[in-house]
Design a protein around this ligand. Structure first.
Ligand SMILES: CC(C)(COP(=O)(O)OP(=O)(O)OC[C@H]1O[C@@H](n2cnc3c(N)ncnc32)[C@H](O)[C@@H]1OP(=O)(O)O)[C@@H](O)C(=O)NCCC(=O)NCCS
Length: 514
């Protein structure tokens, strides 16, 4: 712990901007408080400092918003608590709970046709409205995090505050570095990722506050601190895993004046390419959140209050059941909760699909002997996949019924930056062919591409060709959505999640003679 503090202090000492000093002043731990008084004296000579002084930091803004939101939720529960959100059929109980409305998720809502909206802002809205880096065009994920937490579009200065704060909190404890270094290269990067995040739990402010008997009205504060620390440390974890597994194991240092995506790119070894850094900004923004029911969000951190569930039979009406979070709802701290989410993301029907897509395309290219293949050859390859009892990776979605706007955003990036890349052309050709084949196959409810159908081809273009690694980047991004929600779960006092289950025998008994 002492060494971590030293690292944090040295990190802050290297930061030399008015914004970073404001960040430092808003840190809540005692040791930082002492440091800040020092910084304050130094700062008073800075003319730009006065401008930063008037900035409202993320935690301060959150603290302002929490009482309003608590009142709003109290009102909704009182006035609307008995309203019915939907019914549950036996098919849904066997069908992965598709379409059951039983969860509250504040940051984003997924529309089957329009795609994801973050507090009402679509991906194109975010691309237009969220601040970009100097000289860049893509939204900074720091801004998206601000939006997820507050529901508000931040200013460029506020985004800079978050960048500086994340850089200042980025150092890993040495035992976590050693833990990653000791993993065999054959351990999947996602397993290493979840392992390192679990180990970071050693640092949890929330766990310590809970053990010390903190009043539950204050849980959000330590959850916020943990979430900011955890997000800040992810580039160092992700970079270390990449360097160990695929490179020479030497990990560069975080640049305290740069944004989160630049630093992640630097740790991976690609920050010299400004287009790659832009891609990472876009990538981290669009993979961040996809409402609450997806596996990584639901596993890690889920919440619901006051929905009414019933099987379609009047005798089996349940009373209102308080629904909740999963791992996070047990008051597991953000590290444990997010590690659980990462393990869910590592499944091939979820986040691992992005590695599967590129593998599938490369296999097709190898089998057909070229990237110049006819539509007929591609159709045959797709049918071979389907007849082999496999899914076409990157296509289909449990909620979406149109092309995923996250796919479209990546396609537009490709059209701008790599229009003649043979692999991109192949991805475009697939876009024209796969939906028709899936429709003919007749099973898939949504034959259109999802986010994973495009991400790999962009990364490989810039040299990041190690497909096994792709889901780690997805995981870094997903932290933004699930941790923003966990902070709110704590602020709103969401209860332990405990839906009701039945056995097949019980279902049969319930409906016998009906
Ligand atoms: C995402 C996914 C898991 C959603 O599953 P879902 O909600 O059950 O989808 P559907 O209701 O359309 O599934 C109905 C049937 O079509 C099949 N199907 C769905 N997408 C398919 C695809 N891309 N290729 C082949 N078959 C598919 C399902 O496996 C299911 O078959 P079954 O009845 O034999 O079990 C599914 O579309 C899929 O496996 N896609 C490929 C993996 C992927 O890209 N995952 C990333 C998602 S962001």
């Amino acid at each position: 712990m002492a060494s971590l503090r030293a690292l944090r202090l040295s990190a802050l000492t290297r930061v030399n901007s008015p914004v970073s000093r404001l960040v430092a002043r808003t840190y809540s731990t005692k040791w930082l408080g002492r440091r800040l008084r020092c910084e304050h004296v130094l700062d008073s000579r800075h003319s730009a400092y006065q401008a930063a002084e008037s900035l409202i930091g993320l935690k301060e803004r959150l603290a302002e918003l929490i009482p309003e939101k608590q009142e709003e939720v109290k009102w909704v529960k009182k006035e609307l608590g008995a309203k019915v959100l939907g019914e549950v059929t036996v098919d849904q109980a066997y069908g992965g709970m598709r379409g059951i409305k039983g969860m509250i998720w504040e940051g984003s809502v997924l529309d089957a046709d329009e795609g994801i909206q973050f507090h009402g802002y679509t991906i194109p809205d975010c691309q237009k409205k969220l601040p970009a880096a100097d000289g860049g065009e893509e939204p900074l994920p720091e801004g998206l995090f601000w939006l997820l937490v507050t529901g508000e579009i931040p200013t460029k200065e506020q985004v800079k505050l978050v960048s500086t704060e994340w850089a200042a909190r980025s150092a890993l404890p040495s035992f976590v570095e050693e833990l990653i270094d000791r993993c065999p290269n054959t351990l999947h990067p996602m397993s290493q990722f979840a392992l390192a995040v679990t180990a970071l739990q050693h640092e949890s402010t929330f766990a310590k506050a809970y053990a010390a008997g903190t009043n539950k009205s204050k849980y959000w504060d330590s959850t916020y601190e943990d979430s900011m620390d955890l997000i800040a440390k992810l580039p160092n974890i992700a970079g270390r895993i990449y360097r160990n597994v695929f490179k020479d194991g030497k990990v560069p240092t975080i640049d305290m004046d740069k944004d989160y995506s630049y630093n992640l790119s630097k740790l991976l070894g690609y920050s010299d390419n400004k287009d790659f850094v832009e891609l990472i900004r876009l990538y981290l923004t669009i993979h961040s959140d996809h409402e609450g029911g997806n596996v990584s969000a639901h596993t890690g951190i889920v919440s619901l209050e006051a929905a009414t569930f019933y099987v379609c039979d009047s005798d089996s009406l349940f009373p209102t059941i308080p629904q909740t979070h999963l791992v996070g709802s047990a008051l597991s701290d953000p590290y444990l909760s997010f590690a659980a989410g990462l393990n869910g993301l590592a499944g091939p029907l979820h986040g691992l699909a992005n590695q599967e897509v590129l593998r599938w395309i490369i296999h097709m290219k190898d089998e057909l002997g070229s990237t110049e293949v006819s539509d007929e050859q591609i159709k045959e390859y797709i049918w071979k996949t389907l007849k082999g009892g496999q899914v076409v990776p990157g296509y289909g979605h449990a909620v979406l019924r149109k092309t995923d706007p996250r796919y479209t955003a990546q396609r537009e990036f490709a059209l701008k930056h790599l229009p003649t890349d043979p692999m991109f052309k192949l991805v475009s050709q697939l876009y024209n062919i796969v939906p028709g084949v899936l429709n003919e196959h007749g099973k898939t409810k949504n034959p259109w591409p999802n986010v994973d159908a495009h991400s790999g081809v962009l990364l490989q273009y810039y040299g990041l060709v190690e497909q096994d690694y792709y889901t780690v980047l997805f995981g870094v991004s997903r932290s933004l959505g699930v941790l923003a929600q966990l902070i709110w779960d704590r602020a709103l006092g969401m209860p332990l999640e405990r839906p009701k289950s039945y056995s097949t025998a019980h279902i049969k008994k319930m409906f016998a003679n009906k």
